[in-house]
Design a protein around this ligand. Structure first.
Ligand SMILES: Cc1cc2nc3c(=O)[nH]c(=O)nc-3n(C[C@H](O)[C@H](O)[C@H](O)COP(=O)(O)O)c2cc1C
Length: 195
C-alpha cells in the first residue's frame, strides 16, 4: 500500500458501518471493531504480523475483536436493547432469550469465542465489500499472533479476543507485483453442485 495516501474519514465510517449493520446469529452482535491509526501501535502490531507491510502502510487498521464468551449479562443486554429500541415486549422473543440463557453460557468459553469469531467474520466480509465499493483497497488478514495483538490493544481486559484484521488504504500500483495478475478461483463446476 502507498503510505502517503490516507483514506478519507467518511469512507472509513461507511466501511465500519457496513460491519456494524452485518447480520449476526440471534442478533447478538458479539464483536467490536478497534480502528488503529496510531503509527507506534501499528509498528508493534506489524512485528507480530509476520512484518506484513500493509499493517503500517495502510492508513487505518481495523481489528475485528470477538467476545471471549457469551455471558447472561451480554445476552440480556442485547435482548433488552432490542426491547428498548422497538418499544415492545414479545412473548416468543422472551422465550427465545430464556432458551439462549439456558444454553449459551454453559457451553464453555472456547466454543462461545469460536461462535462469536464466526460472527465477526460476517462483519469482516461486509467491510471488505464496502471497501471495494468505496474504491478503498483492503486485505483481510489472519496472519498475526492473536494473543500478542490482544496484549498490545488490551483486549482481554475488555472481554474481547482478536479474530481478524483489515488494513484500509490505497494500493501502491507501481510496487505491487500482483496488481495486474488474473484473479485465480476454482471454476464454478468444481465449486457449486446442484441437488
Ligand atoms: C481470512 C483471511 C485471512 C487472510 N490473511 C492474509 C494475510 O495475513 N496476509 C495477506 O497478505 N493476505 C491474507 N489474505 C488474503 C488471501 O491470501 C487472498 O484473498 C487470496 O490469496 C486470494 O487473493 P485475491 O483475494 O487477491 O484474489 C487472507 C484472506 C482471508 C479471507
Amino acid at each position: 500500500m502507498d503510505p502517503a495516501r490516507k483514506v478519507p474519514q467518511e469512507k472509513v465510517d461507511r466501511i465500519v458501518e457496513a460491519a456494524r449493520l452485518a447480520p449476526t446469529s440471534s442478533g447478538l452482535q458479539p464483536f467490536e471493531i478497534v480502528v488503529v491509526t496510531d503509527p507506534e501501535v501499528r509498528e508493534r502490531i506489524k512485528a507480530i504480523a509476520w512484518n506484513q507491510g500493509q499493517v503500517t502502510d495502510s492508513s487505518h487498521l481495523l481489528v475485528f475483536a470477538a467476545w471471549d464468551d457469551y455471558t447472561a449479562e451480554r445476552i440480556n443486554a442485547m435482548f433488552d436493547l432490542t426491547n428498548e429500541v422497538r418499544g415492545i415486549r414479545n412473548e416468543g422473543w422472551e422465550n427465545y432469550r430464556a432458551m439462549l440463557l439456558g444454553s449459551y453460557p454453559q457451553r464453555g468459553s472456547e466454543v462461545n469465542f469460536a461462535h462469536a469469531a464466526r460472527q465477526a467474520y460476517i462483519g469482516l466480509g461486509a467491510a471488505l465489500i464496502a471497501a471495494a465499493y468505496e474504491e478503498v483497497d483492503s486485505v483481510p488478514m489472519e496472519g498475526f499472533d492473536p494473543a500478542a495483538l490482544d496484549e498490545i490493544l488490551g483486549l482481554r481486559a475488555r472481554g474481547l479476543r482478536s479474530a481478524a484484521i483489515l488494513p484500509l488504504g490505497y494500493r501502491d500500483a507501481g510496487g505491487d507485483w500482483l496488481v495486474n495478475l488474473e484473479k485465480v478461483r476454482r471454476p464454478r463446476g468444481q465449486f457449486v453442485s446442484e441437488v
